[in-house]
Write a protein that binds this ligand. Sequence first.
Ligand SMILES: [Zn+2]
Length: 462
Amino acid sequence: MAPSATPQRIVIENCAIATVDANDTEYASGYLVIADNRIESVGPGKAPDDLENVVRRIDADGHLATPGLVNTHHHFYQWITRGLAQDHNLFNWLVALYPTWARIDEPMVRAAAQGSLAMMARGGVTTAMDHHYVYPVGSGDLSGAIVGAARDMGVRFTLARGSMDRSEKDGGLPPDFAVETLEGALAGTESAIDTYHDASFDSMTQVAAAPCSPFSISTELLKQGAELARRKGVRMHTHGSETVEEEKFCHELFGMGPTDYFESAGWLGEDVWMAHSVHMNDSDIAAFARTKTGVAHCPSSNARLAAGIARVPDMLAAGVPVGLGVDGTASNETGELHTELRNALLVNRLGPHKEKALNARQALRLGTYGGAQVLGRADSIGSLEAGKLADVVLWKLDGLGHSTIADPVAALVFGAAAPVTASFVNGRQIVTDSHLTTVDEDSVARDAREQAQRLARIAAQS
Ligand SMILES: [Zn+2]
């Protein structure tokens, strides 16, 4: 959708603006003009007064405008299995949950996707992703349910079409009936790409090839998945270097650590992003930097499962693209990304760099431009710049939670989760005063609870 000859304009003014452009340009009081689905201009002071076709003028006094948040790792289906296996590490948590996850079907996945998307969108996420890798035999059109939920919500979206082909009988963790064959996984991924992937600048839906993790997939699926992705021109995503157990598993099975294993299978490159990357040595980080492989940093999930602290300051210093991820909500029950800005900053200060680890501006960059880089969309989203797509959030910072913090970016990152007065995706407002305009939150909550109860019943009977 190119801008029309007579674009409809929305003018936002009198707010602080953090553009997150290459120079971290900020305005203490500025304006932003949205024309159709693009940002037409952004700058200090008042908007030009000779603009035509202004359909709305928003006085955003007391607010900070930022780029919409970009989530780079999630598993939507876990919305209906939250609060289980509360005191487990990753391996034990997977073993505890796979028998339940193996029972999901299309209505469950649709309701869970709606819940996951609604929770994030209400908190300023404008681009979401779902790494969905559980496709049990006979479970219905799960990819269609997920993409449909994102379209209904009006959120920009990447489906990372996942897969597993290493089940219990091959030494993996998932039950046999919950995995696909190698051929089935590749065919399902190719079909999702052909059906849903839109490579255009304005794209609302993209697809990535995303086998689940080294301990649930065969080396052949990893290799052929990379070949498929590169033949189709889509991005690649998987879990990597999440825990010490995974490192041990890779050494025992493949005779090398996770990063060397991924490299041997064609899985480092500027078209690849990896979730977690917690246990990375200096040469792993150098390999990611050399190949421009991206990382989805998931601080809350890593803490919940006692996985460790990713070396984000070292990755950024080396030039590795890093974004933020909620991760699945069975390991991060909040389901929110705006709170991850704060958690990323705090968790990284517990690492070796202490108070120099990350500052508030770097945390905001991880959640916006860094995420856009990782999803391969930094040309069109991730910063507030003329010509980019109009994905914009207005954070209310003059209320009880924030009014005494003079620096708006510090208020957003260090302070309580800030209310979202307005969130625009592709120029369309999908959040007003902290509530979604595109779906009914109460019915999303009700449907998700019903499906969570149905899944618990089915899992208990099996
Ligand atoms: Zn994950």
